[in-house]
Design a protein around this ligand. Sequence first.
Ligand SMILES: [Cu+2]
Length: 188
Amino acid sequence: MRKVKAITIFIMAVWLSLSTAQAHIDLIKPKPMMDGYALDRQALKVAPFGTPFFDVVAAEATQVKAGSEIEVEIDVYIIHPGEIIISYTRDMEGRDVMPVMKIDSMDSEVVHKNMLHRGTSPCPEDNCKARRAQGVKYKTRVKLPDMEGDLILVVRQLMTDKLDQQQDGSVSLKRVYYHQAAKLHLVK
Ligand SMILES: [Cu+2]
């Protein structure tokens, strides 16, 4: 187990040093496990939580009422055309919310598991061109599942201008995502 973890961390370190794209969102509410500028703004590239080198199991959780509706607020500091998706998992490794990395064609729907919300990314002044922005907020309310215990709320930005058409017609989604997550503790 130890060896596997060491190898995973090594792969992540190499991967982080090679990737050039930086994070674009910052979850304001609820409080995220890792902020949107963490690790030189590289952290959010790492699926499913955007928390490399971070102990999700030991992380502090925000207490909320099971089955209640909470407000989610995201600061979008780099604009891209696309979507904001909010989902959840009870698996501290998030295996059931891993993103899809390939679709059959540009028309294929990107499916997300355990989804609580799906909306269009904000485009100030109807301009979705990729650019820096200030004070652009994405706010929504989501209804949490009616269950007790720890839950990870996952916020995902999907950038549709980063879809890569492949030779065979399929589309790679390797460059389209940012992830950020908050740990919640649900009580009755
Ligand atoms: Cu960008």
